[in-house]
Design a protein. Structure first.
Ligand code: FA5
Length: 345
């Protein structure tokens, strides 16, 4: 047995010597890996030696086993070392061949924000200084959130005001961000102020001020005594900050089942300044911002007592606001993907 043990140890020493030598002689990764496998792989020489350990007497098995482990670690770390060196050499060779100058200055075209995003963030900043909290809602909505709980019963004629795109499972692409009002009432206790922005979708014929996909910013404030005066004040702050000057606005009565009273806030068209253009449909006013006081029934459906609480809400057409600010004459440019247009902002 002693002889057998001695010959196993001899074998191990020889093995380790040969393995180191061959690994060091490897010229590339493939030679290195092949050598590694032939010694340390599953069917390699070391595995064979390890299998033979069980034939040694128990008291010698431990020492020889330990020796196997040590050699394995030595060869393993030599392999890792050589492999890293080869990688470095390969890289140096490639860099020489490709003539890389890592210090050569280069310029990448700088990306920029979409004008809608610029405006959205600006509006959000203005409202957050007035204590409004940002909220989000899904673009694929249910009839309940988009219509029913906003006081549009199933056969309400006002549903026809918004040409809806339905999905086969009975849901819809939200026609307005007002659906987020319902979600806000569901999760917030009054008093609260929220702002939500996002895409809306309508099955509409497009023209210079109408798109099938457009953007709205919804605002809602619920507190003890909220009046039209609060609403007008907030709207004026918004427009004067956005346009940095006094902007002419007018309020017309407007009908939406979820506000009472409801208004249309129009803005004097800055594109034609009173001359008449296709964007304002030659009326010199741009319909920008419908708003009103939250209908008591909507509060009730949202679990809020209208005897205790009141509120205002508005739905700002973001695309049209951007058109007025930058003098964009056609809303369809925003989603056109035309870089010459987008690079101007
Ligand atoms: C609404 O969508 C209501 N949810 C707004 C509201 C909110 C009223 C809260 C009261 C209280 P309206 O359908 O008018 O209302 O759309 C609101 C704004 O979205 C419009 O003034 C307009 O600026 C913009 N808008 C509507 N349809 C389009 C369209 N097809 N393309 C571009 N902008 C549009």
């Amino acid at each position: 047995m002693k002889e057998k043990e001695a010959s196993t140890r001899e074998k191990l020493k020889r093995w380790s010597h040969e393995a180191s030598k061959e690994l060091k002689e490897a010229k590339d990764h493939s030679q290195l890996d092949d050598t590694y496998k032939s010694y340390l792989g599953k069917k390699g020489l070391l595995s064979e030696i390890s299998k033979g350990l069980k034939n040694l007497p128990i008291e010698e098995r431990r020492d020889t086993g330990q020796m196997v482990g040590e050699y394995r670690n030595q060869i393993e770390s030599l392999y890792q070392d050589l492999s890293a060196r080869l990688t470095q050499k390969d890289l140096e060779k490639r860099l020489q061949k490709e003539n890389y100058d890592l210090l050569r200055p280069f310029s990448l075209p700088i990306g920029r924000l979409h004008p809608l995003t610029i405006m959205q963030r600006e509006v959000e900043d203005i409202f957050s200084t007035m204590g409004f909290e940002m909220m989000d809602g899904p673009e694929l909505e249910t009839d309940e959130y988009n219509f029913e709980r906003l006081n549009f019963s199933k056969d309400h004629p006002a549903r026809d005001m918004q040409d809806t795109i339905w999905t086969e499972d009975g849901r819809l692409l939200r026609t307005h961000t007002s659906a987020v009002q319902v979600r806000a009432m569901e999760i917030k206790k009054p008093p609260f102020r929220i702002l939500a922005h996002g895409r809306c979708f309508r099955y509409e014929e497009t023209d210079s001020s109408h798109e099938t996909t457009f953007h709205q910013i919804e605002g809602m404030m619920v507190d003890r005594v909220v009046s039209v005066a609060h609403l007008i004040y907030v709207m004026k702050i918004l427009l004067s900050r956005i346009f940095d000057k006094e902007v002419k606005v007018r309020l017309r009565p407007g009908y939406f089942p979820f506000v009472e009273p409801g208004f249309e806030l129009d803005m004097f068209c800055l594109l034609c300044a009173g001359k008449g253009c296709s964007t304002c449909r030659h009326s010199c006013w741009i319909e920008l911002l419908p708003c009103g006081l939250v209908h008591p029934q909507v509060l009730r459906l949202g679990g809020i007592s209208p005897n205790e609480w009141s509120g205002f809400a508005f739905g700002l057409g973001l695309d049209r606001l951007v058109m007025m600010r930058y003098g964009v004459e056609d809303i369809r440019r925003f989603l056109s993907g035309n870089l010459r247009f987008l690079n101007q902002f």
